[in-house]
Write a protein that binds this ligand. Structure first.
Ligand code: ATP
Ligand SMILES: Cc1cn([C@H]2C[C@H](O)[C@@H](COP(=O)(O)O)O2)c(=O)[nH]c1=O
Length: 205
């Protein structure tokens, strides 16, 4: 039987990686021996290219294709094999990050970037079974990131406000897939809620 794909999404600093780390240590989650992974991938040719692109003034369309190449590599090398082995995969960021972020960055290039980027993925990506959207005001998430955020071209309040709007729109369009998490609360509370919801989903499916 095919495994299950769970993704964690949200704007920069919303706390996805913190919760992914906590889930890795959560005894009830560990029972399922999930494969924890992320996008952009780390230490790969495509992931390194993405890292360089986001630290420079790369053209937004070129950047989209680098993120998308990284997604293809991630699918081929990590996600598909694990799902085919019946594993639970938990990915810190996935395709919805592309829809939300490049849905904004490409507004200067395309009339309807969100639909265009979704169409680009349609025939070959694997749609997650469950997506947790870590929802938070960018004013709060940026403050959390502190000095780290000052280096990033994406960690700007007005930009993240628009990215957040797209994430919320995606969640409204697919309520059966998305679970919105109030990410302004304490990490312990969020971990408990996300773990409970994952266990509930896995017991039903
Ligand atoms: N619930 C929380 N309350 C307060 N601070 C938090 C919370 N979750 C994470 N943080 C802190 O906020 C910062 C960003 O958290 P984290 O790296 O987990 O976010 P992220 O969503 O993975 O960010 P990015 O997508 O930009 O990598 C870190 O300094 C982390 O310690
Ligand atoms: C996958 C993906 C990511 N981004 C953006 C989001 C962040 O600002 C950076 C890097 O992600 P990280 O979680 O902070 O390491 O890239 C994006 O614009 N498009 C994507 O597809």
């Amino acid at each position: 039987m095919r495994g299950k794909l769970i993704t964690l999404e949200g704007i920069d600093g919303s706390g996805k990686s913190t919760i992914a780390g906590k889930l890795q240590e959560n005894p009830a989650i560990k029972v399922f021996e999930p494969v924890f992974t992320r996008e952009p991938t780390r230490g790969t040719l495509t992931g390194n290219a993405v890292e360089k692109a986001i630290q420079s003034n790369t053209d937004q369309l070129a950047e989209l294709f680098l993120f998308t190449a990284d997604h293809a590599e991630h699918l081929a090398k990590i996600v598909k094999p694990a799902l085919e082995n019946g594993k639970v995969v938990i990915s810190d960021r996935y395709s919805d990050s592309r829809y939300a972020y490049q849905g904004i960055t490409l507004k200067t290039h395309l009339e309807n970037p969100l639909e265009w980027v979704k169409n680009l993925h349609r025939d070959w990506t694997i749609v997650p079974d469950v997506t947790f959207l870590f929802d938070i005001r960018p004013e709060v998430s940026i403050q959390r990131c502190g000095k780290r955020g000052e280096q990033s071209k994406f960690e700007k309040i007005e930009f993240l406000r628009r990215v957040r709007e797209i994430f919320l729109r995606l969640a409204t369009e697919e309520p059966e897939r998305f679970i919105i998490i109030d990410a302004s609360r304490s990490p312990e509370y969020i971990e408990k809620e996300v773990a409970e919801k994952i266990l509930e989903f896995l017991s039903r499916n």
